[in-house]
Design a binder for this molecule. Structure first.
Ligand code: PRP
Ligand code: URA
Length: 268
């Protein structure tokens, strides 16, 4: 493994260097947001690194930030106060698809025989466990279609949780997942990881039901929530579009995008 240099963005010359080296290259970048933790993140610059195109940071080892330009562009529109419900819904759906694309990049493949119109050949198909999408009600519902577009055979479970306004702790009211839990990979869906209480409770419920392979797909995460989930469930990798600065006194993510459920369903 080669460490190129400290830089906000990898220099363009790095691209040819990567090709010459022909090995895995790690770009180490300094990002202001993280300096209060350890001053460094490991930035996998999409255009030059042969690592997965996601940002990771030693301060948040379970977190994967999808830094694709389209995700970041759409997220900015999603954050805007004036974005109407219709567009908000469409963007949540589209970003969910793009995050799911990255979150499924490590799925295992196996060879499979295919008869084309001309001859028999060997293609590849996803092997391993069956996939299950589990939105956390309500706001997670907005991500289901976007993810299902890529994995149409996935089953869909539901977990009903809401945050108590005073304590900010999750209150659960519904749980339904497919019966063969042990044979399944779970993709928990919720746009917001704030205090982490809802996600941690949802993962606990899934594990109580027998699930062992769980990933969380969200849009915006707060450092507090990523830490709480990692403390409770270090095995759960979190995929998100952004790691925001902090929570405010009411448990809202800053800068965030407001109340995701209200903005999705027009109940503001
Ligand atoms: C939101 C969001 C998460 C939760 C995150 O749901 O969709 O489920 O808050 O907060 P936490 O990390 O602090 O638990 P909310 O409780 O507002 O319910 P809703 O989706 O029904 O509006
Ligand atoms: N839930 C939301 O919908 N938004 C936040 O910022 C925090 C929790």
């Amino acid at each position: 493994m080669f460490v190129l240099r400290h830089h906000r963005r990898a220099p363009s010359a790095a691209a040819s260097l990567v090709q010459q080296i022909g090995q895995r290259v790690l770009i180490v970048a300094r990002v202001a947001r993280e300096t209060k933790h350890d001053g460094l993140v490991f930035f996998h610059a999409r255009e030059v690194s042969s690592f997965c195109p996601m940002d990771t940071t030693p301060a948040f080892p379970t977190l994967r930030i999808v830094s694709h330009p389209l995700v970041q562009h759409k997220l900015s529109i999603l954050r805007a106060r004036d974005t109407p419900t219709k567009i908000f819904k469409e963007l949540v759906d589209e970003i969910a698809t793009l995050i799911a694309y990255e979150a499924t990049s490590a799925l295992q493949l196996e060879p499979a025989s295919v008869d084309t119109p001309l001859e028999r050949t060997t293609g590849m198909r996803v092997s391993g466990k069956k996939m299950t999408l589990v939105p956390i009600l309500r706001a997670g519902l907005g991500m289901v279609e976007g993810v299902a577009r890529l994995v149409p055979s996935a089953r869909v479970g539901h977990i009903g949780l809401y945050r108590d306004h005073d304590t900010l702790e999750p209150v659960d009211y519904y749980f339904k997942v497919p019966g063969d839990v042990g044979e399944r990979d779970f993709f928990l869906l919720d746009p917001m990881l704030a205090t982490g209480g809802s996600a941690a409770a949802a993962v606990s419920s899934l594990k109580r039901a027998g699930a062992s392979r769980i990933r969380l797909l969200c849009l915006v995460a707060a450092p507090e929530g990523v830490r709480r989930l990692a403390d409770a469930h270090p095995d759960v990798v979190v995929y998100c579009a952004a790691l925001d600065r902090e929570l405010n006194g009411q448990g809202y993510i800053l800068p965030g995008l407001g109340d995701a459920g209200d903005r999705l369903f027009g109940t503001r």
